[in-house]
Design a protein around this ligand. Sequence first.
Ligand code: F42
Length: 321
Amino acid sequence: MFSIEFVPDMPLDELVKYCVLAEDNRFDKVWITDHYNNRNVYATLALIARKTEHIRLGPGVTNAYQIHPALTASSIATIDEISNGRAVFGIGAGDRTTLDALGIQMDKPVTRLKEAVEIIKRLLSGECVTFNGSSFKINGAKLAFKPSSIPMYIGAQGPVMLKTAGMIGDGVLINGSHPADFKYAIPKVRENSPKNFDIVAYTSFSVDADAEKAKKAAMPVVAFIAAGTPPPILERHDIDPADVAPIKNALSRGDFRTAFGAVTEQMINAFSICGSPDHCIQKIKELYGMGITEVVAGSPIGPDKRMAIKLIGEEIIPHEN
Ligand code: F42
């Protein structure tokens, strides 16, 4: 399966046009990222639901710190109703930098996520919920309407979160592009997961007929990923932290030209799937061979998003398997 991610950092009329194009090109799902500083994820999903007919859609991913799970349950159930049962749901620990900016401490992310997922599942099933957890206490809450069955995906990278995802979700969204990351993650997820559990590669993606153009478009995204990657994961990809330090420094000064210019070929290879359609097909097939069930093409998608969506639809999706 092949899906797409959009960051609602552009006017929504523009974003919705990309989603309609993705639907026309037979993408399976559209995932919308959730950060307080962008357009609101559920308002965005509502608009996409109104303008599309088949593509499945959901937050990729929301978190259990910014919004109470009961409100999250009612929000995704509303999207499910508007879209005639096309909603999918993604939730993760939350982005530490974003939560810091709001003064929210990321205490016990796994515990909080587990409790939130249980509450959301029970509310979505129509249950009247009483819950006495360490993060949430609920006294007889019930939704006044009932959605269809909504699949739950957990965003995870850490070892405990990966194992937890296998236990509590219907699928896992793993931010990763390189086989080494999935070699690490898949056995952890599989420890507790049912057989039909979805393992999704949520990757920075850039495709163009001109491979150099595709790479150039990926460099800004790769710079941010490399700067935020902890040393043990840099080691996994044989990337010297000393090569990442100038990127971090330049980004913190707002000197994007220097930061993006310091991105190496090795970083591009580790943190994105990027190049010509043939090259992307080869990389995707390798991931499917390892047990991945879905690829999500995330930012930048390509130097020209419209062209990249069409290229994926015409040249990659038909050759996925
Ligand atoms: N974050 C966003 O804010 N918005 C997005 O749109 C978004 C999209 C997205 C898509 C895919 C994806 O995989 C991640 C995405 N994220 C997004 C990031 C996501 O929100 C998380 O930040 C990211 O997945 C990193 O999470 P992680 O799996 O690395 O988990 C972190 C928090 C972690 O520390 N994990 C540890 C681990 O080993 O897994 C937890 C260790 C542990 O067990 N802790 C105990 C507990 O209860 O949490 C407490 C231990 C103690 O006693 O203190």
